[in-house]
Design a protein around this ligand. Structure first.
Ligand code: HEM
Length: 80
């Protein structure tokens, strides 16, 4: 089974793969697939993400976790 989330955290492809680096230069991820079946909605999804995150951070500039990072429960699902 292909695990895209794992491929997107491949340490041979991305330095510090588990660190959120908003200005990351190496961004050849597989989140939208690859090749002939590359996601048709990728431009829309990117635009929505940009608008959504920008609006969220503008409206809630002090947004932060309510619990310590160490207490976050990870979702053990294979796909996402
Ligand atoms: C963050 C949002 C999204 C993610 C992560 C995502 C991810 C993907 C991935 C990984 C594939 C490839 C599946 C495969 O190879 O079998 C795919 C295909 C596809 N996506 Fe998305 N998608 C997103 C949003 C959207 C949106 C908003 C639309 C439409 C408005 C859309 C329409 C499609 C279609 C039609 C395909 C099939 C393309 C084909 O098989 O030729 N996706 N998507």
């Amino acid at each position: 089974m292909l695990v895209i989330a794992s491929a997107n955290r491949d340490p041979q492809q991305f330095a510090d793969p588990d660190v959120l680096k908003i200005k990351r230069q190496e961004i050849r991820h597989l989140a939208f697939g690859q090749g002939i079946h590359f996601c048709l909605g990728a431009p829309l999804a990117r635009l929505e993400g940009q608008i959504g995150l920008t609006t969220l951070l503008r409206r809630l500039p002090k947004l932060q976790l309510a619990i310590p990072t160490a207490d976050i429960q990870w979702n053990p699902q294979l796909v996402l």
